[in-house]
Ligand binder design. Structure first.
Ligand SMILES: Cc1cc2nc3c(=O)[nH]c(=O)nc-3n(C[C@H](O)[C@H](O)[C@H](O)COP(=O)(O)O)c2cc1C
Ligand code: SF4
Length: 426
């Protein structure tokens, strides 16, 4: 029987865990004081040695990303990505709501490593209480001399500006986030140039996820070696898994990378709801390929194992679907969401996501023919990789995996419902 490994979430059940007083009682900001006494490059080296990988989706090594900043830069920004809009992902809000100082301490340490004097926190507009608590925590930090012109008495400067999003999923994409802060339309930028060279207001910028930064004080406090003792060699540390769907106990659970999905499902989440059979699992947020029950029962929850299984760990938003789930209905809901959230810059994405949503909807309503199904698959292959950002891939990975792995469900809803491959060959 496995249990949670509470590292980032060790304090969240305490009374007033979101306050500075409570955070300090548990040794809060000691790691920041330690880091500020070090050379910035030394701090970066520790984070690099820890093997910390980004928790926002791509799993890019954090320390390595920091080293991409040009040496001769004049000014650096850190942007904290607290937009958390991926369906099935709801773990950053737990930190923002219940332990915001953990993330602020991570920001203080990271800004020191990056030689940055200004961080922006871009928070999802719909996060009401987390926003209020974050604002209060930043205010507390200013009043306590943790932020401002004399950070923890070191003479260093650090300001934090909180920026509230206005409800667009695409603003979680890092360059759309930068545009949004600048007051421009929240649309992704063409890369290169990459934000480390030309980011916010044209300055060198690092963008990191909330959970990524919440790991930084832990790494500084316990050292890279102890940090690496949890998880797997290539996916070190713990992970906040957001588990939703047909499980007895949905929620946010902190487990070591590499935990088996089966143990997570049965020991942590109480099994499939009502004792029903498992049908499908999305392991990393709605944009990653779906797995069948058989595939998921062999899965380990780390970056490499997910990749080997043909999917991605992404943002670790685990959506569990039982035998009663209509997979065509599920994809209908998903494609409707994505068609609504395309920023509209690229024609293949703007038009394609709309067509895809319409075709899936037609199939779900039993009003499509096998030729429509073929068109759906064809669209997927044409749109992927031909756009400014990877949003279009995030739409078509689910489309391709749902229609391939649960093909018979789609076929059974077609007006001319003989197997599609027979018709294609006819
Ligand atoms: C369409 C799209 C939406 C995204 N949404 C988020 C988000 O809500 N939160 C987040 O942290 N990263 C999101 N990302 C990933 C960010 O672009 C970026 O890679 C991440 O914030 C980097 O932080 P990390 O290296 O700490 O993971 C999104 C990416 C794409 C393409
Ligand atoms: S792929 Fe879609 S979301 Fe991304 S920039 Fe192009 S239109 Fe916008």
């Amino acid at each position: 029987m496995i249990e949670e490994t509470k590292v980032l979430t060790s304090r969240i059940h305490k009374k007033d865990s979101h306050t500075l007083e409570s955070y300090r009682e548990d040794g809060g900001y000691e790691a920041a004081a330690m880091a500020l006494a070090m050379d910035p490059d030394e701090v970066t080296a520790i984070v690099k040695d820890s093997g910390l990988r980004g928790r926002g989706g791509a799993g890019f090594p954090t320390g390595l990303k920091w080293t991409f900043l040009p040496k001769d830069r004049d000014f650096t920004y850190l942007c904290v990505n607290a937009d958390e809009s991926e369906p099935g992902t709801f773990k950053d809000r737990v930190i923002l709501d219940l332990d915001p100082h953990l993330m602020i301490e991570g920001t203080v340490i990271s800004c020191h490593a990056l030689k940055s004097e200004h961080a922006f926190i871009y928070i999802r507009g719909e996060f009401c209480r987390p926003y209020r608590r974050l604002v209060a925590a930043v205010q507390e930090a200013y009043e306590a001399g943790i932020l401002g012109d004399n950070v923890l008495g070191t003479g260093r400067k650090l300001d934090i500006t909180i920026h509230k999003g206005a409800g667009a999923y695409i603003c979680g994409e890092e360059t759309a986030l930068l545009n949004s802060i600048e007051g421009l339309r929240g649309q992704p930028r063409i890369k290169p140039p990459f934000p480390t060279n030309h980011g916010l207001f044209g300055r060198s910028t690092v963008i990191n996820n909330v959970e990524t930064l919440a790991n930084v004080p832990v790494i500084l406090k316990e050292g890279a070696e102890v940090y690496r003792s949890r998880g797997t060699e290539k996916s070190p540390g713990t992970r906040l898994f957001s588990v939703s769907g047909h499980v007895e106990r949905p929620g946010v659970y902190e487990l070591e990378h590499g935990v088996s999905f089966k143990d997570m499902l049965n020991d942590i989440c109480g099994g499939v709801k009502g004792g029903r059979a498992l049908k499908a699992v999305v392991p990393g947020g709605s944009s990653v390929p779906v797995l069948t029950a058989e595939e998921s029962m062999k899965l380990q929850m780390d970056f490499e194992s997910c990749q080997e299984c043909g999917t991605m760990l992404g943002s670790a938003g685990v959506i569990v679907m039982d035998e009663t789930t209509d997979m065509v209905w599920a994809l209908d809901k998903l494609t409707h969401f994505y068609a609504h959230e395309s920023c509209g810059q690229c024609t293949p994405c703007r038009e394609g996501t709309g067509w895809v949503a319409e075709l899936v909807h037609l199939i779900n309503q039993g009003r499509a023919k096998s030729a429509d199904f073929d068109k759906l698959i064809d669209l997927g292959t044409q749109i992927c990789g031909n756009t400014i950002c990877v949003f279009s891939d995030a739409v078509f990975m689910p489309v391709m995996s749902y229609t391939t792995k649960f093909r018979s469900e789609f076929e059974s809803k077609l007006i001319d419902s003989a197997p599609v491959h027979e018709k294609v060959g006819a």
